[in-house]
Ligand binder design. Structure first.
Ligand code: SAM
Length: 243
């Protein structure tokens, strides 16, 4: 096969990937237009923010993992890459179109895609407990009773040394998390639109001794976001002056 032919195949593959990616994004946007409070975002999470969040847990040691809100499956596929071959992975998505698209694309013997509210997670665990729950559902825009019901279900479903990894676009959910989890580690993931707040919530708190005092941590993202925006504006001004 000549170099030109190989290049053609690679390009065709890239075009197919681009087309599939676009189709998933359009499906996500349609879901957002139909159910804005449940979807709560215009774009799927960036791959950098997905990795940042998953790096806050040791997923390869997990026997059972649960995801709340698959969307286009950006977390689902990255979680599958990190899991052991005999792990169990339950992934919840309330939108039937998004659930069915993810189930078709990510067929894997470890994965069970469930088109139901993640509030019902315990009904599907068959007595097992989750080592990790990964959630990107928009807790802040959901009705308060649904938010509480989701978080309470997550807390009950976690193993004693389990962790819930949460991505949000604000820190509004923090008091609810603090009500349920003795220890919460926080990070900001800047390469996402908008920058994302990440929380690793420990059911026991024993493995999270390094967590700084909440009063110190609480201030950091608020300082960091205006600083990053300021730096961007300054950079834009400098570039314009040079032209
Ligand atoms: C912000 S989107 C995130 C999607 C994807 N994980 C990502 O990060 O790109 C939130 C997703 O959670 C789903 N969702 C909202 N409430 C849910 C619930 N109670 N149970 C399961 N999924 C839910 C929405 O349909 C939507 O797909």
């Amino acid at each position: 096969m000549s170099a030109g032919e190989t290049k053609g195949i690679i390009l065709a593959g890239q075009q197919a990937n681009f087309g599939e990616d676009l189709r998933r994004r359009v499906l996500f946007l349609r879901s957002m237009i139909s159910h804005p409070r449940e979807v709560g975002a215009v774009w799927p999470t960036s791959r950098w923010a997905v990795r940042d969040l998953l790096d806050m847990g040791d997923l390869p040691r997990a026997r059972t993992v649960v995801e709340f809100g698959i969307g286009t499956g950006v977390y689902t596929s990255e979680i599958l890459k990190r899991l052991q071959p005999d792990a169990t992975f339950l992934a919840f998505e309330i939108d039937p179109d998004l659930a069915s698209a993810a189930a078709t694309r990510l067929e894997d013997p470890r994965l069970r895609v469930i088109n139901d509210s993640a509030e019902n997670v315990e009904n599907y665990l068959e007595g097992a407990k989750a080592d990790f729950i990964v959630s990107s559902v928009p807790f802040t825009s959901l009705p308060v009773d649904v938010r509480h019901s989701l978080l309470d279900a997550a807390r009950r479903a976690l193993a004693p040394d389990g962790r819930m990894l949460v991505l949000q676009y604000s820190t509004t959910v923090l008091p609810d998390l603090q009500r349920l989890f003795p220890s919460i580690k926080r990070r900001l993931s800047p390469v996402n639109i908008p920058p994302a707040f990440l929380f690793a919530c420990s059911a026991s708190g024993a493995d999270m001794q390094e967590t700084p005092e909440p009063s110190t941590v609480a201030k950091r993202p608020y300082v960091f976001v205006p600083l990053a925006l300021g730096a961007l504006l300054l950079l834009r001004r400098l570039i314009r002056r040079r032209r």
